[in-house]
Design a protein around this ligand. Structure first.
Ligand code: S3P
Length: 441
């Protein structure tokens, strides 16, 4: 199949109700936690993307069986010491930082040696941010240049740690939390706020955890080696996947969308706060709570007069995967938008800050960068006519999807490479765009 698409026309006005697929962060976490439970877990609406399928394949390599049933995945596991393999293993985390890092946390007590590998993009990302704390638990870890492959050999003699997480990284925090449940005694974490799905899952599984806020940091205490039973979980829709349709609707003409049943956890909705500050009027309806997670339908309408934002740094972590698409709104807003401290964006599947700036400049948007801060000079009349060929050298799914939204709202004649990148997080992306009326060749 061809791995590139062409978009030559802006999207026409639409009024639709859609569902997006299950949240990726929660899908990976439920698979990994189910692999540590005693007995059977059932996970409904699990995201069926490569990152999640690789999570299922990883637990299978570790002796945990799963089955796909009609509308759920069933996982049968044997508790905190239940991983099993006759030989040393190689496990491929593919493109997923979340899988690679969280899985290493779960391997601190596994006696065989496991070599964790990844694709080209994951292999250039920093793993020392997680191997350092895991070594402090007592695991033996070998790595070259702080990146994959990482070889880990666990131990029976784990000791609890005190860990300071200062990047606002939920992956680092969660990897340490997963190692903590394998470790006798009290692990204490002081963390810059970041997505808290692992904390909420621990609470709903009755894993001993205490959380309190002190001086803007989250303090988390976990008492280890308390087994928990298999569970049921119904994964809500993914706000990060929704964000492409939110911005599409906002920038399209005279359109409206309702996105059903989306996770709107406060640690994830930075994009909504940012866009509403820019003049969007995005609403949540039918709000409910499920196992600690907030879920609702999201209502978005097109908006002509968007205004620039001076984006508060404190929103960075809760919008971390959405900045690419937020930058498109800044490109159409009136005035100069400012974003600061975005260095972490360059640590993602591709150097997203660098690539976003290149992209904006190519489509004629003025951008000024000072280290990790950027200013985007918006143009409410932006209207492209030229041909653009967008190659995606690290095959980053979010770069591909952002480019599609730019093509459908700013015009121009776009040839966009690496369509297959969407398989990692959102295989249905193009199908839903087509349902909304996008003409994609
Ligand atoms: C994720 C955390 C974030 C995010 C990633 C998913 C998670 O990464 O960018 O897409 O599921 O914990 P960091 O923890 O590196 O910020």
């Amino acid at each position: 199949m061809k791995n590139q698409i062409e978009i030559k026309k802006k999207i026409k006005s639409f009024n639709e109700i859609i569902n997006v697929s299950g949240d990726k962060s929660i899908s990976i976490r439920t698979v990994l936690l189910a692999s540590q439970a005693i007995g059977k877990s059932k996970i409904y609406n699990l995201l069926e993307s490569e990152d999640v399928i690789n999570s299922l394949k990883s637990i299978k390599r570790l002796g945990i069986k799963y089955k796909k049933k009609k509308n759920y995945y069933e996982i049968n596991a044997f508790g905190l010491n239940g991983y099993n393999s006759k030989k040393d293993l190689i496990i491929d985390a593919g493109n997923s930082g979340t899988l690679g890092r969280l899985l290493l946390g779960l391997l601190v007590n596994f006696k065989k040696s496991v070599k964790v590998t990844g694709d080209e993009s994951l292999s250039r990302r920093d793993f020392s941010r997680i191997t350092n704390p895991l070594k402090n638990f007592g695991a033996i870890i070998k790595t070259k240049n702080s990146s994959l492959p990482v070889i880990i050999k666990g131990t029976d003699f784990l000791r609890p740690i005190r860990y300071f997480e200062n990047l606002g990284s939920a992956q680092c925090k969660s990897a340490v939390m997963l190692a903590a449940i394998k470790t006798p005694g009290l692990t204490v974490i002081k963390a810059k706020p970041s997505r808290n799905h692992t904390e909420l899952l621990f609470k709903s599984l009755k894993i001993p955890i205490k959380i309190f806020k002190k001086n803007k940091y989250d303090h988390i205490e976990i008492k280890g080696i308390s087994n928990f039973r298999g569970f049921e979980y119904n994964v809500p829709g993914d706000i990060s996947s929704s964000s492409f349709f939110i911005v599409l609707t906002l920038l399209a003409n005279n359109s409206k969308i309702i996105i059903k049943n989306v996770n709107i956890n406060l640690t994830r909705i930075g994009i909504i706060k940012i866009l509403n500050k820019m003049g969007a009027k995005i609403n949540f309806i039918n709000k409910k709570k499920y196992k600690g997670e907030l879920i609702s339908d999201i209502v978005v309408k097109s908006k002509r007069n968007l205004i620039a934002i001076d984006c508060p740094r404190k929103l960075n972590s809760s919008a971390i995967d959405e900045f690419l698409i937020i930058f498109l709104v800044a490109a159409r807003a009136k005035g100069v938008s400012k974003f600061r401290n975005l260095g972490e964006l360059n640590k993602k599947e591709s150097p997203r800050l660098d690539l976003a700036i290149d992209f904006l400049k190519r489509i004629g948007v003025k951008v000024i960068r000072k280290k990790d801060d950027i200013q985007i000079y918006g143009n409410p009349k932006i209207n492209l006519e030229k041909q653009f060929i967008i190659k995606n050298f690290m095959k980053d799914h979010r770069i591909f999807m952002m480019t599609c939204i730019a093509a459908l709202t700013f015009g121009g004649n776009f040839k966009i490479y690496d369509k297959n990148s969407i398989k990692t997080s959102f295989p249905d992306f193009l199908k839903i765009l087509t349902k909304l009326g996008a003409e994609i060749n």
